[in-house]
Write a protein that binds this ligand. Structure first.
Ligand code: NAP
Length: 283
């Protein structure tokens, strides 16, 4: 069994991104990401700080807009409109969740698709399903990157994704299909889940339930990717996979923490560079 380390693949990918950012700087272009945070959610604050830190690491300029809890949808949309038309800003993201009184869909749809580095805008989701994506959803793109760096062949393989959320499960299924895997996407209404997961050469769990994937659900020699982030009874971070018992049956597996987690932010940096290149007509 081999561990696929998100931290190592992050370092490798950051090195490549840093070079791309530098070569843009050599052309007089400074990649810039604007991050909006509304309210005082502590988890959101941690995520935003991590994104700013990642920008620093790869040399991307970051701008933070911290807005008070009582900000209205209109005020937020005004700010996004300003950032949409600011040529010095290449990527825009609004940290979710936003406070309940804000119209989340309106916010997502107001970000210019060209600057939508989270890839949540319906135009970018549509392009992904048409096989014409330029910006890609960060977590599933991170999983694909991990599979590639770990030397896992995707083409022709049976892939099973557990979970069908708009930000992870669905795009994960599309991206694996795009890479010529034969894909099944499972969810809470799936009957006899283990009979399906047992067929998987590549199994991706993105549910949010600890120990959902047990050893009897995994084919011998499978590659298992654990996207889940949960806290166990002792308050420790864990994924959706019963790691201790599943790992001995896998050819490769990702740990939690230190697996998919670091890759999401990595692909956000990659998307920011891609957006900068597109906006400057650089191939
Ligand atoms: P979500 O929106 O809550 O979706 C969970 C999915 O799991 C749903 O499609 C649900 O089915 C399905 N599900 C629930 N119980 C199930 C069961 N018993 N059997 C099979 N499927 C079941 O969650 P998400 O946003 O995709 O996130 C999933 C997990 O990944 C969470 O732990 C989250 O924290 C983590 N996550 C990690 C990263 C990262 O960077 N590593 C990024 C994003 C999310 P229905 O559709 O039928 O309800």
């Amino acid at each position: 069994m081999e561990l696929i380390s998100g931290k190592e693949i992050q370092e490798l990918t950051f090195r490549e991104i840093r070079e791309e950012v530098q070569s843009l700087k050599d052309k007089g272009i400074e990649a810039c990401l604007a991050v909006i945070i509304v309210g005082n959610d502590p988890a959101s604050r941690v995520y935003v700080n991590n994104k700013k830190k990642a920008c620093e690491t790869v040399g991307i300029k970051s701008l933070e807009y911290a807005l008070p809890e009582e900000t209205t949808t209109e005020e937020l949309l005004d700010l996004i409109e300003k950032l949409n038309s600011d040529e010095a800003v290449n990527g825009i993201l609004c940290q979710l969740p936003v406070p309940k009184h804000i119209n989340k869909l309106a916010v997502i749809e107001s970000i210019s698709p060209e600057k939508d580095v989270d890839c949540f805008h319906p135009v970018n989701v549509g392009k992904l399903s048409l096989g014409r994506a330029q910006l890609v959803p960060c977590t599933p793109a991170g999983v694909i990157r991990m599979l590639d760096v770990a030397g896992v062949e995707i083409e022709g393989k049976r892939a099973v994704v557990i979970g069908r959320s708009d930000i992870v499960g669905k795009p994960m299924g599309i991206m694996l299909m795009e890479r010529n895997a034969t894909v099944t996407v499972c969810h809470s209404k799936t009957k006899d889940l283990s009979s399906i997961t047992k067929q998987a050469d590549i199994l991706v769990a993105t549910v949010g339930k600890q120990k959902l994937v047990t050893a009897d659900m995994v084919k011998e020699g499978a590659v298992v990717i654990d996207v889940g982030i949960n806290r166990n009874g002792e308050g420790k971070l864990c994924g959706d996979v019963d790691f201790e018992n599943v790992a001995p049956h896998c050819s490769k597996i990702t740990p939690v923490p230190g697996g998919v987690g670091p890759m999401t932010i990595t692909m956000l940096m990659k998307n920011t560079v891609t957006a900068t290149k597109i906006q400057n007509n650089i191939k």
